[in-house]
Ligand binder design. Structure first.
Ligand SMILES: Nc1ncnc2c1ncn2[C@@H]1O[C@H](COP(=O)(O)OP(=O)(O)OP(=O)(O)O)[C@@H](O)[C@H]1O
Length: 669
């Protein structure tokens, strides 16, 4: 367990140091200048230091490093980094949004937030500005290893060793070239107590970042809270706090217990509240709360009326809410991810397989989404209108363990604001004028056991965002006009074509809701960006042709490839359908004349369609042909006039099929 300790340097210690540096006086525990040291007599940091920093300098010396050591970088290969990213996908899916949030809180361009794995390998960085450029020069970037054996004393490496919050300010860095940095790092603990990763905040030593340590540790706590909440094991989850109003927030204690009442995991708040000093201790329910495990059903039931009081030894009294883990004990277990579903009669691909045509970004999105299926992690799909977000959500459901339950899609932009609440959460009898006599369940209840897809979530009114947040935290729905709470169990998938972070900045979207929704975020490529455009086009054409043997003339294909497709797949599908319809019964080739008129106009008005390079090429072809004509087809003379070799001229002619054909007799053997 992490406990604040008097020996853990605080950020204000770093601030003090920055001040001392600027005034020229340097505190030193030893009064020794590191540069004067021989390798056998370990140097000492020339700064206010702590036993941890001293011990780390000793280790750095033992590794054979010296302060003026030239920077020896240990950069992971692309495959190793990809492997580590994959292995830490869950951690990163929770860490990325809060890292961005933390960085925005700092509003300080001379800083960056980093996530490293537990060995000190940097996985992700968030930051901008000049500082990032300088930081990258000392390899504060993804793929770089910051373990002490390579980098000497540094926040990430020293936390990897000490497993506690550590600040390393300027001169406390062992290597001289890292001393422009002031860094603070904190471990991110797994629910079972071990270290999962390291969160680091680095800045220029001249910069003051108020409350940095508090911000950093609460960010780490937020990540840990989400990690434990997303665990899909256990019988009951217990949320507790000395203050009832903190229940459901990231600063509550949270613990999971298995069928026999043994603790499976808990967060650091829970450890502090329960007085667990051993970071790996997993005591049983009765030991934690002095309540008989056999009374669990009564305790859970009692929570329906509001938080109950659980006592710990020693006090304080704790307010608590106990909930059955998903799924509730009576419903069948469906967590094992099943192989992708295939269409039974035609053998056609379905689910994610049907979306994979070879584009690397799409494949990455699919791979990541597959990994979180069945793990109670919300999926956020971003991408332009018509890029296939809903199809992706359906594939996620179809390939996942909930595929036999409902997939319920709600388009938040399509429902009038006044109706969204009753549509989503349902309503009780007589809740409002015009309500059905018996009331009606909402879409969330319809999705119980299955997947709820909230499309255009960015358009949800702010007041409802607060209600949705509460539902997601408590996993209970209160229909409009009722005080009864109904437990729900849904996999949540949201989509937006507008960047939600921007909406948060504009005050149109709640930051805390974004954290909730943004378990794993994937961004689908726009059609014009897809590397698999041709293969995808053929698939869509086969679909549109519905069994007719048709193909695209190459001129049509290149027009389609060059067009930027603002409406993405939806627009392309419609265009193909029209083109197939315009074919005569005997036609099998779609030609330029079959292009829908509006598309022809749009293509003509698209600046991107006539890029300078293309203009240049056709202009060049005209010149070459005219020159060849002037010289009566004599390639050598034409090449001389154009100032190019004959070989180059032939190549240029070959680029234009017609020109190549008309001058074929001149081709050398
Ligand atoms: N990979 C694909 N294969 C076949 N059709 C696709 C594919 N991706 C998208 N489409 C089609 O494109 C159209 C738009 O897809 P979808 O509704 O999933 O996009 P969207 O991003 O959710 O759109 P919007 O932002 O407008 O809600 C649909 O007709 C869908 O069937």
């Amino acid at each position: 367990m992490l406990r604040k300790s008097a020996t853990v340097p605080s950020w204000s210690a770093c601030e003090q140091m920055a001040h001392l540096k600027s005034t020229g006086s340097r505190p030193s525990s030893s009064g020794t200048n590191p540069a004067d040291m021989t390798p056998m007599s370990p140097p000492k940091p020339a700064a206010a230091n702590t036993p941890h920093i001293d011990a780390s300098w000793q280790r750095s010396t033992d590794y054979g490093l010296s302060p003026e050591h030239p920077l020896h970088l240990d950069i992971a290969s692309r495959s190793l980094l990809a492997e580590r990213l994959e292995a830490n996908a869950r951690l990163m899916s929770f860490a990325q949004p809060v890292m961005e949030y933390l960085h925005r809180q700092l509003t300080q361009s001379s800083s960056m937030v980093l996530l490293a794995d537990r060995d000190g390998l940097v996985l992700r960085t968030v930051g901008d500005g000049d500082f990032v450029d300088r930081a990258q020069r000392v390899a504060l970037a993804p793929g770089a290893h910051w373990r002490e054996a390579v980098m000497g004393t540094n926040a990430i490496g020293t936390v990897a060793h000490e497993s506690r919050t550590i600040a390393v300010c300027g001169e406390q860095h062992f290597l001289e070239r890292n001393r422009f940095l002031t860094c603070i790092a904190t471990p991110i603990h797994a629910p079972t107590g071990g270290m999962l990763g390291i969160l680091d905040l680095s800045s220029d030593t001249r910069v003051t970042l108020p409350h940095a340590q508090a911000l950093l540790t609460s960010t780490a706590e937020m990540i840990e809270h989400r990690l434990i909440e997303s665990l899909d094991t256990g019988k009951v989850i217990v949320r507790f706090s000395p203050h009832a109003e903190m229940l459901g927030t990231p600063i509550e204690g949270i613990a999971l217990f298995d069928d026999a009442g043994r603790m499976i995991g808990c967060n650091r708040r829970a450890r502090a509240l329960l007085g667990l000093t051993d970071p790996t201790a997993l005591p049983d329910f009765t030991t934690c709360f002095q309540r008989d495990w056999q009374r669990l059903p009564h305790l859970v039931e009692a929570c329906a009326a509001g938080p109950i009081v659980l006592r710990t030894s020693p006090p304080p009294a704790l307010s608590a809410r106990l909930q059955w883990r998903n799924p509730p004990p009576s419903t069948p277990h469906y967590r094992q991810a099943a192989p992708p579903v295939r269409h039974k009669t035609t053998g056609l691909k379905s689910g994610f397989d049907a979306l994979d045509h070879g584009d690397a970004r799409m494949q990455l999105a699919i791979r990541r989404a597959r990994r979180i299926a069945g793990h109670n992690i919300p999926l956020l799909i971003q991408g332009e209108t018509g890029s296939g977000k809903e199809l992706f959500a359906r594939a996620y459901h179809a390939d996942g363990p909930r595929r036999d339950a409902a997939f319920v899609a709600v388009n938040c932009a399509a429902i009038p604001a006044t109706l969204i609440e009753s549509e989503l959460f349902g309503y009780a009898a007589g809740a409002f004028t015009g309500a059905k006599a018996k009331g009606a369940p909402g879409r969330l209840q319809d999705a119980d056991g299955g997947t709820l897809f909230l499309d255009e979530i960015g358009d949800m009114p702010l007041t409802l965002q607060a209600v949705l947040l509460r539902v997601l935290e408590t996993r209970r729905v209160t229909p409009l006009g009722s005080s009864d709470e109904t437990p729900i169990d849904i996999a949540l998938v949201c989509a937006s074509h507008r960047p939600l972070h921007t909406l948060v900045t504009e005050g149109a979207f709640r930051a805390d809701l974004l954290f909730r929704l943004n378990g794993l975020s994937v961004t689908l490529p726009a059609l014009r960006e897809r590397a698999d455009f041709d293969r995808f086009l053929d698939t869509l054409l086969a679909d549109a042709a519905d069994g007719r043997p048709v193909r695209l003339a190459s001129a049509v294909r290149s027009q389609l490839r060059a067009y930027p497709w603002p409406g993405n797949v939806r627009q392309l599908k419609n265009a193909l359908r029209v083109m197939v319809a315009l074919l005569d019964d005997t036609d099998t080739v779609i030609d330029l004349k079959h292009l829908p008129e509006d598309l022809v106009t749009a293509i003509a008005n698209t600046p991107a369609h006539t890029p300078a390079a293309e203009d240049l090429r056709s202009c060049e072809q005209r010149l070459v042909r005219a020159c060849l004509q002037r010289h009566g087809g004599n390639v050598s003379a034409a090449a001389r006039e154009l100032g190019i070799t004959r070989t180059t001229l032939y190549r240029k002619l070959r680029q234009d099929d017609n020109a190549a054909k008309s001058h074929a007799p001149d081709e050398p053997t």
